[in-house]
Ligand binder design. Structure first.
Ligand SMILES: [Zn+2]
Length: 312
């Protein structure tokens, strides 16, 4: 999550978002070849349980072993390599979007199941941190939830309807701009993709604080956030709706008219500080947030996707 949203003129951000890539681009496609989805599962078929222990091990790797992951640095790259490895191991097709920022290279890691829809719902989380903070809650927690849900969904019916993205460069950097990875992703969708993409969920800072906050930046359609809220409450999770700042990766999606939601556990004392370490997380809150994302993804099917698009 990046806080200084008020310094960025929204019109300028919209132009940057829709004007197309301005940086050198290179997409790296893996050699891995998966098989098309052959599952005959019915929509809503049971997924495995969200394993908070597994999620926490991702947090420990990213925030503990790798540590501070400032955008366009080798540490951010290291984090993205870890995510790419995990997703490939699960059987996803994974590719990397590179873009130039702050004199270096930052990356998005994008995973889709072989045979999945081209413009499904994106579940994303940012990997980078501010300088000096290991970013356990902000945002190894979001990446960990994404990875664990990707594990649950792999090979299941729901894998057709979701794309998992680990974004680079969400935090502010030397050029005074933020959520550049998500801007890059939205820009590369092209006009058709921006019309067709059904929705987006940004999982950002989700393991420290209650109740769970499901919001939007107030810039785009709210259908995905309302759906998320409904699904979370249905599985007994206390969640509140809030219109927040344009301070996470949902912002560029909303600006492009794509229904997007910001999943957040609220302000916490270790925010952007050296004390944002794995031991200061709440495993219970990580588990709660993971179950909420799982509930949302579990309900994805053709009808839901159509509904999101019709409201977008
Ligand atoms: Zn942040």
């Amino acid at each position: 999550m990046s806080p200084r949203w008020q310094l960025i003129p929204l019109v300028g951000a919209a132009v940057a978002c829709l004007a197309g890539p301005t940086h050198a681009e290179r997409a790296v496609f893996p050699a891995a070849s998966g098989t098309a989805i052959t599952t005959t599962q019915k929509p809503g078929a049971a997924l495995g349980r969200f394993d908070a222990g597994r999620a926490l091990s991702h947090v420990r790797h990213l925030a503990g072993r790798i540590g501070v992951r400032v955008r366009a640095t080798p540490a951010e790259h290291k984090g993205q390599r870890y995510v790419r490895r995990r997703l490939r191991t699960l059987g996803y097709h994974v590719f990397v979007q590179e873009f130039g920022v702050d004199g270096g290279t930052s990356r998005n890691v994008v995973a889709m199941w072989p045979g999945a829809k081209r413009y499904p719902v994106v579940v994303g989380a940012h990997i980078d941190t501010v300088a000096g903070s290991p970013g356990a809650n902000d945002n190894a927690s979001g990446v960990a939830v994404m990875l664990e849900v990707a594990r649950l969904v792999a090979g299941r019916h729901q894998a057709r309807w979701v794309k998992f993205v680990s974004f680079g460069s969400e935090e502010y950097g030397a050029n005074g701009r933020h959520h550049l990875g998500s801007e890059e992703f939205v820009s590369r969708l092209g006009s058709r993709g921006r019309t067709r993409l059904a929705g987006m969920v940004s999982v950002d800072m989700v393991a420290d604080g209650r109740p769970l906050i499901v919001g939007t930046a107030g810039l785009g359609p709210r259908i995905v956030s309302y759906s998320f809220l409904h699904k979370a409450r249905k599985v007994g999770i206390r969640a509140d709706y809030r219109t927040t700042c344009d301070c996470s990766d949902n912002g560029p999606f909303e600006l492009a008219g794509i229904p997007a939601a910001f999943i957040w556990s609220g302000p916490e004392p270790d925010y952007h500080s050296p004390s944002d370490v794995p031991t200061n997380l709440s495993k219970r809150d990580l588990w709660r947030s993971g179950r909420a994302v799982r509930a949302f993804v579990r309900a994805l099917d053709r009808k839901t996707i159509r509904h999101f698009r019709s409201e977008g």
